[in-house]
Design a protein around this ligand. Structure first.
Ligand SMILES: Cc1ncc(COP(=O)(O)O)c(C=O)c1O
Length: 377
């Protein structure tokens, strides 16, 4: 029998007077990792020269640990500040012939779509958006994308989408792209800690954030590069390692920069490990199911029927009376008046509250929001 793990807000420093229901946007760093970062910063300021002499070795140790966590080949794993940077590097590396197409879905993250637009404009290519319904199963996703790969140079696809918290069939899409000789970039921003070995499907480029679900310090993300692209893949900042033949080392030192988050990042993986993460993640899925149902009931709406929802995020439908164009102002009201942090997303003309669950959340959090939110609508 599996015992129910207790919520562990004590391991974080989150304000107990606030309901934190949106780990999916900016994460939250555990106390222990914060303490390590503070110690590393004290060390830096005691002797910046000595600190910067030590950085390269410390980065190697950290990078190897992060690659091992993803279960990916360390020779193809580089550190980047965020998933946005990972996608930008991929688009800057891949050949995008004039007249070709960069294909995305209507679930793509807004800033990733902007990146596609920037490169399409520069190369004389076109951005094509494939509409994928929220309720699509894996087979439908593949069958909708397949006919749009004609003349495509690149497919960019979410592993877990942001606005819809939906898991995409990456293995099938990698196979599809191979068949059509199209490069595939996987936006795995939400994947680390929610999907095991998230970069294992052999995409041309995969990027994912450690600063979301693994609770590592912000500005910590990874880029996994297929062997065929490793020589020509360059960091966005030109620095001293420009001519280093090894991909990961080329990305390690990018001028004078704050390397503390990258060095401290593995500490959060150890916290997750001690939290019995695989078992806890399953329990958080049950928690978020129940929490979302309670909130949907209070709003007299429903929980969106996503065929493959992300382990720890759910979409609660907003009543049609809520004006989505005023979502930002509404979130601020929820924050100020209810002391609750949520995010709202829109998809296909429908509005949702996207709820998250992490190790510090309990069912009481969702009940408390459910009691007070209807009065604000
Ligand atoms: C699917 C997806 N892609 C990309 C990003 C961008 O991540 P970052 O802000 O770390 O660059 C996010 C952020 O939430 C996301 O959800």
């Amino acid at each position: 029998m599996v015992t129910l793990l207790s919520p562990r807000p004590d391991l974080w420093t989150l304000d107990p007077g606030v309901l934190h229901l949106n780990h999916g946007s900016y994460g939250a760093v555990p106390r222990r990792t914060q303490e390590l970062m503070a110690a590393l910063r004290t060390e830096t300021e005691a002797n910046p020269m000595a600190w910067f002499r030590s950085v390269a070795d410390q980065l190697t140790t950290s990078r190897l640990e992060l690659a091992s966590y993803l279960r990916t080949d360390p020779a193809g794993f580089a550190l980047v500040p965020n998933a946005s940077a990972g996608v930008t590097v991929a688009l800057a590396t891949l050949p995008i012939p004039s007249g070709s197409r960069i294909v995305l879905t209507n679930h793509a993250y807004g800033a990733v779509r902007y990146a596609a637009e920037r490169f399409a404009k520069a190369k004389g290519a076109k951005v094509v958006v494939v509409d994928v319904p929220l309720e699509a199963d894996d087979e439908t996703v593949v069958s909708l994308i397949a006919p749009r790969l004609d003349q495509a140079s690149v497919l960019i696809v979410d592993q877990i989408s942001s606005a819809t918290a939906m898991v995409f069939p990456i293995g099938d899409l990698v196979a599809l792209c191979r068949e059509h000789d199209v490069a595939i970039v996987v936006d795995g921003a939400h994947a680390p800690a929610l999907i095991d070995a998230p970069a294992a499907d052999g995409a041309d480029f995969w990027t994912g954030n450690f600063h979301k679900w693994p609770a590592s310090p912000r500005a910590t993300a990874g880029l996994v590069v297929a062997e065929k692209w490793r020589t020509e893949t360059l960091p966005l900042i030109v620095s001293w390692s420009e001519y280093d033949e090894r991909l990961p080392e080329r990305f390690d030192m990018q001028g004078t920069y704050d390397y503390v988050p990258w060095i401290a990042a593995p500490e959060s993986l150890r916290v997750l490990d001690e939290l019995d993460w695989p078992v806890r993640r399953t329990q958080l899925s049950n928690l978020i199911d129940e929490g979302a149902r309670i909130i949907a009931k209070a709003l007299a709406t429903g929980v969106a029927e996503v065929t493959r929802p992300a382990a720890t995020m759910r979409l609660v439908e907003l009543p049609s009376s809520v004006d989505l164009t005023a979502a930002e102002a509404f979130k601020v009201r929820v924050s100020r008046e209810l002391k609750a942090e949520i995010t709202m997303t829109g998809f296909d003309g429908r509005g949702f509250i996207r709820l998250s669950a992490h190790a510090y959340n309990s069912l009481e959090d969702y009940k408390s929001l459910a009691e007070r939110l209807p009065a604000l609508l």
